[in-house]
Design a protein around this ligand. Structure first.
Ligand SMILES: Nc1nc2c(ncn2[C@@H]2O[C@H](COP(=O)(O)OP(=O)(O)OP(=O)(O)O)[C@@H](O)[C@H]2O)c(=O)[nH]1
Ligand SMILES: [Mg+2]
Length: 397
């Protein structure tokens, strides 16, 4: 039976308008049946224009593009590395595997310091100086809090404005969110990608809070601590732990009225360093001065870093450190991977609430709880699950 739409309102609308019924039906537009269609670009609707499709890049595309130093491909390869999807993970690892023979030649520099110490300003000035001297510089940041403080990334991009516009430089902010372990893996792999793309100086900035400076120390050759001028009291606030990681300390903002204070601070740091074991065997850590704003002291700093490379390469400490960094990295990934496999195991998660309850009410000791849970943890089951992570397209037997 042919249906006729003779009324302009649905049957459930009361005949008489009253103020309890707040709904009304608008009149339609002639010729357009579906209002959503009206929002589409007419060129698309008529078929004259095809929607832009993001090309899926093959493994070869990634490898060739990165090796050619193509920045767009490098960016996309890093995005692949940063992806949390198992399918991307497997592809990223295959790309990385093929790029590995082209990595390792760069000088890796870590820079830490309290917020506002001038790290980004210094990297901008330092990076420009190195580019002028013919280097290719990649700047990465490791900031496990960046998912919370997204603003600082935007700030960095503008603070490194002139550097980010140079062809010889590549700036990539920290991958957002995730555990420090996850961020560290992604940053390391990003660093390797940059090396394969021909960057010969890699600078990694991190804020001097929490564990991130230890993480960055574990991926670089040379570690620089940027500090500000300050009286004795403030010096006490600098954690001895951070000073123990540094291959050089630089007092920044040594300019204008601050210059005299900077000299005093440098002396104080020098004296403190006498009591601290150097971070790198055979390389005494010293304190220096610079002004990132006035671009003074940066050439001297570069000479120090080059001196460090020469010294440690001659003594063998350079290679020894890189080897132990690789193995430490592997070990920490094993830790994290096993940890995740355990805590995400369905049998473990199912049993966990009861075991926790038993520990809390004193029925079993934490040691017994661990023994029980580990016994429940079936390695074969876990191995089966991990196929999803490492080889998602592989048939599961
Ligand atoms: N006078 C003077 N000011 C500087 C110098 N270097 C940096 N500044 C200023 O200090 C402020 C902080 O500088 P940033 O480079 O953003 O510091 P940061 O260490 O990267 O800070 P976070 O990224 O927040 O940890 C900015 O206002 C800079 O202009 C310097 O050498 N002299
Ligand atoms: Mg910064």
């Amino acid at each position: 039976m042919e249906q006729k739409y003779t009324t302009s309102k649905p049957s459930w609308v009361p005949e008489e308008k009253n103020d309890k019924f707040a709904c009304s039906v608008m009149g339609g537009i002639e010729g357009i049946k579906d209002t959503t269609v009206g929002n589409i670009n007419p060129a698309l609707q008529s078929g004259k224009m095809k929607p832009k499709k993001r090309l899926v890049m093959s493994e070869d595309d990634y490898v060739d593009g990165v090796l050619k130093g193509d920045r767009m491909t490098l960016s996309r390869a890093i995005t692949l590395i940063e992806s949390n999807s198992p399918r991307h993970f497997a592809k990223a690892q295959r790309v990385l595997q093929r790029l590995l023979p082209h990595t390792g030649h760069a000088l890796r520099i870590g820079i830490t310091g309290v917020p506002g110490a001038g790290k980004s300003t210094m990297i901008e000035a330092f990076g420009n100086m190195l580019c002028d001297a013919g280097h290719k510089v990649a700047v990465l940041t490791v900031d496990p809090t960046s998912s919370v403080t997204k603003g600082s990334i935007l700030g960095d991009k503008t603070r490194m404005g002139t550097l980010s516009r140079r062809r010889e430089a590549f700036i990539r902010p920290s991958p957002a969110g995730g555990t420090l372990g996850g961020v560290a893996r992604k940053s390391r792999e990003t660093m390797l990608m940059c090396e394969a793309a021909g960057y010969d100086v890699i600078i990694i900035e991190t804020v001097g809070v929490g564990q991130s400076e230890t993480t960055v120390r574990s991926m670089v050759d040379f570690f620089l601590l940027v500090v500000l001028t300050g009286a004795g009291d403030e010096l006490q606030g600098i954690k001895k732990g951070i000073m123990e990681l540094a291959d050089a300390i630089v007092v920044n903002k040594a300019d204008g009225d601050n210059l005299v204070k900077a000299k005093v601070s440098r002396g104080q740091y020098e004296r403190m360093l006498e009591y601290i074991r150097p971070a790198t065997p055979g390389w005494p850590t010293h304190a220096y001065m610079c002004s990132a704003m006035e671009k003074t002291g940066l050439k001297e700093l570069w000479e120090v870093i080059k001196g460090f490379r020469e010294n440690t390469q001659k003594s063998g400490v350079w290679n020894k450190r890189r080897d132990s960094q690789l193995l430490d990295w592997m070990h920490s990934m094993i830790d994290e991977h096993l940890h995740n496999l355990f805590f995400e195991d369905p049998v473990i998660t199912g049993r966990m609430p009861e075991v926790r309850g038993a520990v809390l009410d004193g029925t079993i000791s934490p040691t017994q709880a661990v023994a029980e849970l580990v016994k429940l943890f079936d390695v074969e089951r876990a191995a089966h699950r991990q196929v999803d992570i490492f080889h998602p397209e592989q048939e599961k037997g």
